[in-house]
Design a protein around this ligand. Structure first.
Ligand code: UD1
Ligand code: BG6
Length: 687
């Protein structure tokens, strides 16, 4: 998905080489989000001149293009603003032309990079074309730059922030963008990193709200002039002029701006190498950086929300997002799972006193207990983790449970009521479909709960309460450790909800005991790595298709395994509920079709064995995922992946790991780009 990175230096002299390298490195850190082209705009050699570089393909190709263009890398700038972007095509194919930044005109008076979608771009484009603008690209983004230019030409004395607000007011959709020296945000979020040589005076920035009737006289008259001269649809807002309060953080004792550098990105992982001091923008914030000053404005009057944005210290260490000894992020993340699930449970599960405490739900838990339905809403892997815990929620809470794909839920405009609790599960916290479903449920008055990995993400901020799964950054596009951590976080959620049920006491203790052992069992399973690698080469190489069979709680495991295999190895893989085999899919089975069957022991084991027998009877030779030394599969010729036994409702946590490894080794065997599969993005911020 698109990524944004901007770098601004003020009274800190930097040469063009440094500026371009900083932008390119920032883009490299965003590569994991998935993209198809990249570009940047920096200042040119002459005053008010802009140099733009755009290239289809990887950031490395953009670097080559810049080297070939031979700009004067020694030219130095005391103050400078550079913006850059990785694009994931939505409106228009991946071409140099469609690459960001986009411009207002041939002189690049306004340059813009943008993440998200402008839903009313066609209307804006038609209007601007009628005003004489010629569009150069197929993107929705271009209309932003042209709109800024149009409004600016009409009101050349307009304040930059007033202009930015006027532009944003006309845009519909979900977007974060950098417009020359300003960056407004309306999901996905933007993060601003700040580096100063001296300690900042305060660790927050004041928010300046628009205030009707309280405008300084000079601005009020300017405002009136704007209103008068622009009766068009695109009139700038009439009540959004800013107050000139200074952001105290960046001033010296005598009130003079200090040298400062600003790093602007859609993602903190592109910022941590420069500074740990960051500030997250909230929905509809507009940050304006000018002459070393960072000011935050809002389009609205003070609506009771916080009037400061805190400058936080992020703890995300760079090495945490590096691959370390592993070949791929996905491999690293698979092998991190013994630690990541411990992090999910840390401070929350007390295995000695058999108690679960989820701080983020504490105040809401009794309300949730009384709800009439629990609706889980998610996409992709996160949807599978919801499916995987449905049974344990039903069993422990006895509340009716629904599990929904966010897009389908919205397509149906499914009924939601005030006494429903809607749980949004998302690794990134930014998935557009899930976010839209969240807004839909909020509008209908339901209680909303987030189960999210990324702190500060939109879903985490917009839900009433929730649980951060604390799995650490996940970079591989194929989600692995987030799945197991979501699973564990949700089991703890079900345990919290059922705390007051005496009849569930023993079962709850059994599950908590099981959770306490999971990490060690993960380590056991990961020892199978080499044998799974060999198995992939022996049985699945050059196959066209693969079936994955599971039943009950293991059907979601099969779904998740099949998704992993499809997304990174491009091998068609279908998950089938074992009980449904005889109703159609059995026709596919013969001695050639590769099949993996999940046959760990639970209360459905006898039924699952039926499916196994049906496959064997058709000459099938399935590989079975089973518990160690299961006499049913003792025959020497049976191919087995033996996983330790745990409580039935946790068994899926263990069973999914061999399937993650199968998908990984299949993709590596094909020489594919494991971390960045074709056509897919880590964070899908469009519908
Ligand atoms: C919190 C702190 C953690 C600290 C612990 C000590 C954060 C992010 N977490 O963890 O660093 O060690 O207290 O007691 O500061 N929330 C949502 N929606 C979501 C996810 C979370 O609204 O999707 C809310 C929660 O309701 C809560 C807050 O965010 O108010 C933090 O949630 P979480 O990190 O899960 O809380 P703790 O585990 O208590
Ligand atoms: C994308 C990813 O499609 O979004 C998947 O490629 C992921 O891996 C899905 O499961 C949902 O993402 P999230 O962040 O909402 O869990």
């Amino acid at each position: 998905m698109c990524g944004i990175f901007g770098y601004i230096n003020y009274l800190v002299e930097r040469d063009r080489q440094f500026i371009i390298d900083t932008l390119l490195n920032g883009l490299s850190r965003l590569e994991y989000r998935g993209y198809d082209s990249a570009g940047m705009a920096v200042d040119g050699d002459k005053k008010n001149e802009v140099q733009a570089f755009k290239e289809v393909g990887k950031v490395a190709k953009l670097r080559e293009l810049i080297a070939e263009s031979k700009p004067d890398m020694t030219k130095s700038f005391e103050s400078h603003a550079g913006i850059s972007h990785t694009r994931w095509a939505t409106h228009g194919t991946p071409t140099r032309q469609n690459c960001h930044p986009h411009r207002s005109d041939a002189t690049w008076e306004f340059a813009v990079v943008h993440n998200g979608i402008i839903t009313n771009y066609k209307e804006l484009k038609a209007l601007l074309e009628s005003k004489g603008f010629r569009f150069e690209t197929e993107t929705d983004t271009e209309c932003i730059a042209k709109l800024a230019k149009y409004l600016y030409d009409q009101h050349p004395d307009i304040e930059f922030t007033v202009l930015a607000k006027a532009v944003i007011k006309e845009l519909e959709g979900a977007f974060g963008l950098l417009l020359k020296l300003s960056l407004p945000a309306r999901v996905p979020p933007l993060v601003i990193g700040v580096r100063t040589s001296k300690k900042m005076k305060v660790d927050f920035v004041d928010v300046e709200f628009s205030e009707e009737g309280a405008l300084p006289a000079e601005q009020a008259s300017q405002n009136a002039a704007i209103k008068k001269s622009s009766a068009s649809l695109l009139a700038p807002p009439d009540k959004s002029l800013l107050h000139r309060s200074q952001s105290r953080a960046f001033l010296s004792d005598d009130g003079i701006p200090q040298p400062a550098e600003f790093f602007l990105s859609s993602d903190p992982s592109a910022i941590v190498e420069h500074t740990k001091k960051v500030l997250y923008l909230e929905d509809d914030d507009i940050a304006h950086i000018h002459e070393g000053q960072l000011n935050i404005h809002r389009l609205t009057k003070n609506d009771g929300t916080s009037n400061v944005r805190t400058i936080q210290t992020i703890e995300l260490e760079l090495q945490e997002i590096m691959k370390g000894k592993f070949d791929h992020f996905m491999q690293k993340e698979i092998f991190e799972q013994p630690e990541s699930i411990v992090n999910t449970m840390r401070g929350r599960l007390d295995t000695v006193n058999k108690k679960v405490t989820l701080g983020g739900l504490r105040q809401y838990i009794s309300t949730i207990r009384r709800c009439r339905r629990l609706i889980f809403i998610a996409c992709g892997t996160s949807y599978h983790s919801c499916m995987a815990v449905r049974g344990v929620f039903e069993e422990l809470t006895e509340i009716p449970i629904a599990v929904e794909l966010a897009s389908d839920f919205l397509d149906r405009q499914a009924p939601v009521f005030r006494d429903d609790t809607c749980v949004f599960v998302s690794q990134s916290g930014e998935t557009a479909d899930s976010l839209m479903a969240l807004r839909y449920c909020l509008e209908r008055g339901a209680l909303t709960v987030g189960v999210v990995n990324v702190v500060g993400s939109s879903i985490s901020l917009l839900t009433h309460c929730g649980v951060h799964i604390n799995a650490g950054p996940e970079i591989g596009v194929a989600s692995t450790k987030a799945y197991t951590s979501q699973f564990v976080a949700m089991v703890m959620f079900a345990l919290s909800l059922s705390e007051d049920r005496a009849s569930k006491h023993q079962r709850r203790e059994e599950i908590m005991e099981g959770l306490g052992k999971i990490s060690e069992q993960f380590r056991e399973i990961l020892k199978l790595n080499d044998s799974i690698k060999d198995m992939c080469a022996k049985f699945f190489k050059d196959q066209k298709s693969l079936l994955l069979l599971g039943r009950g709680a293991q059907f979601p495991t099969a779904l998740e395994g099949a998704l992993k295999i499809k997304e990174i190895s491009y091998l068609h893989c279908e998950a089938v509920m074992s009980g449904e085999l005889k109703h159609g899919v059995l026709a596919l089975v013969d001695e050639n079709l590769p099949i993996i069957m999940i046959l760990t022991r639970d209360n459905l084991f006898t039924k699952s064995l039926n499916a196994y027998q049906q496959v064997i009877a058709r000459g099938g030779r399935p590989i079975v995922i089973c518990n160690p030394d299961d006499p049913e599969f003792s025959a020497a010729q049976t191919e087995k992946i033996a996983v330790p036994k745990t409580v039935d409702c946790l068994q899926g946590l263990l069973n999914v790991i061999p399937l993650q490894l199968v998908s990984y080794w299949l993709a590596v065997g094909e020489g594919l780009n494991v971390d960045f599969p074709r056509n897919l993005a880590k964070s899908v911020t469009v519908e």
